[in-house]
Design a protein around this ligand. Structure first.
Ligand code: SAH
Length: 216
């Protein structure tokens, strides 16, 4: 059974969304999604009181659920419209995937750690979200399911994952944190032609690393 959602949780979520607006998240649909998705059910129960603080938290297997601001910021850069095909790399808790589902995207999400893949695959349908889940290496993407209108990477890559660029439609966008060390620069890459890209930098963030292969 999933943790219940109470008026108190709903109130805390609304305040979280208001706080993100003050921090510069302007897309009302994203603020609405943050105010809707019950973040506390994605978090280990001992942290339930922290679910609606603007902080990252452990989700098991040495991974974290991203900070709400980071989720909102990446989602805003991604510029998701209803019915778009969106690939997420790094399912983790499934929270970001739920936000993308709230935006009415067709969501495909890949996780490399079986434990997290199983957990999210069980939880999201219970909440009414039905992205397509994959256990696999996000560096390879999902060539047979692409091309995608949007690709969002929620782990820190050491370099731009080239194979994923091939899986974007022309006119598509990829949001990816890239950096050699503990910090990454948020990149918005737009595919402007078959082999043409433009890249914008959008500040510094801290993500868990994007790693190769799967963990069973
Ligand atoms: N989007 C998640 C954030 C989880 S943290 C959420 O909303 O909770 C990043 C996740 O990326 C971790 O679960 C990690 O295991 C996963 N990851 C790292 N490298 C990966 C890869 N190459 N392919 C798929 N998932 C990967």
């Amino acid at each position: 059974m999933i943790t219940s959602d109470t008026p108190r949780h709903q109130g805390l979520r609304k305040r979280l969304a208001e706080g993100l607006k003050i921090k510069g998240i302007r897309d009302e649909r994203i603020l609405e999604a943050i105010a809707t998705v019950p973040r506390h059910v994605f978090i280990d129960s001992s942290f339930i009181n922290f679910a609606y603080k603007d902080q990252a938290f452990p989700i098991g297997a040495g991974q974290t659920i991203s900070q709400p601001y980071t989720v909102a910021f990446q989602t805003q850069l991604l510029d998701v419209q209803p019915l778009m095909k969106v690939l997420e790399v790094g399912t983790g808790s499934g929270y970001q995937a739920a936000i993308l589902c709230e935006l009415k995207a067709k969501v495909y999400t890949i996780e490399r750690q079986r434990e997290l893949y199983i957990k999210a695959n069980q939880l999201l349908p219970e909440l009414g979200y039905n992205p397509a889940f994959f256990l696999g290496d996000g560096y390879k993407g999902l060539p047979t399911y692409g091309p995608f209108d949007r690709i969002i990477i929620t782990a820190g890559a050491t370099a731009i994952p080239e194979e994923l660029l091939d899986q974007l439609v022309v006119g598509g966008k990829m949001v990816v944190p890239v950096g050699p060390g503990d910090q990454q620069t948020m990149l918005l890459i737009q595919k402007t032609g078959q082999d043409e890209y433009s890249t914008e930098k959008h500040g510094t963030f801290v993500f868990v690393p994007m790693l190769k292969g799967i963990v069973n």
